[in-house]
Design a protein around this ligand. Structure first.
Ligand code: TMP
Length: 215
């Protein structure tokens, strides 16, 4: 007897380094889904609720080395817990689609791979935060960090993470690629150096493949 695969949550996360074009792609996917009559909640991390946005302000400003890596991990997880309980889970329970700009894979890449927090520590701390929920689909927009940082600088993004050393951003890129390769069911890696239209087409194909009901 074969056990049927669990139905993926209508919870789609977008991941990638700085300047990968997540905002543009989330807007395009929102339009696509709404055109099918779907109700879509669009949100971001860190943030998404007023309290989590207050934590975000602590994380994205100040000196590059401001936070102890474990303290930083805990702040991201505190913001995520609040966001999940107050916004994401209620929206999913109402039957909405939730599109989220960054999620737990960013903690794995930024605090884990770049800042050296052990993966086992991250997973151990994240388990009670997540309570078994995982994104139904994660779209990883991949591009070389030099290109992404240049795009971010051109639009005036000079936050704390953009000021991290290039080696950190290279480790982050590799971590996202490793996550994508390790979880092919949940993750789709998309070349973000293509035109925004080509990326949007790849995103929509991935969504239709994972959620046939969206077609
Ligand atoms: P943004 O630039 O995509 O708006 O995200 C804010 C920054 O927060 C981004 O540079 C990556 C960072 N971040 C982490 O370091 N860990 C996390 O868990 C999340 C969600 C974001």
């Amino acid at each position: 007897m074969t056990i049927p695969a669990p139905v993926p949550a209508r919870f789609i996360t977008f991941e990638g380094g700085e300047g990968a074009g997540k905002t543009t792609q989330i807007a395009a996917l929102t339009d696509h889904l709404r055109a099918t009559g779907a109700t879509v909640t669009v949100t971001r991390e860190p943030g998404g609720t007023p309290d989590a946005e207050a934590i975000r302000a602590l994380l994205v400003s100040g000196e590059a080395g401001r936070w102890d890596p474990l303290a930083e991990t805990l702040l991201h997880l505190a913001a995520r817990r609040q966001h999940l309980q107050r916004l994401i889970r209620p929206a999913l329970d109402r039957g909405e689609w939730v599109l989220c700009d960054r999620f737990l894979d960013s903690t794995r890449a930024y605090q884990g791979a770049a800042q050296g927090v052990a993966p086992a520590v991250i997973e151990h701390l994240a388990a009670p935060v997540m309570e078994g929920l995982e994104p139904g689909l994660t779209l990883i927009l991949d591009l070389p960090p030099e290109a992404g940082l240049a795009r971010a600088a051109a639009r005036g993004d000079t936050g704390r993470y953009e000021r991290w050393p290039l080696a950190h951003h290279q480790a982050i890129r590799q971590a996202f690629l490793d996550i994508g390769a390790g979880e092919p069911q949940r993750c789709q890696v998309i070349d973000a150096q293509q035109s925004p239209e080509a990326v949007a087409t790849a995103v929509w194909q991935a969504v239709q493949q994972r959620f046939p009901e969206a077609a």
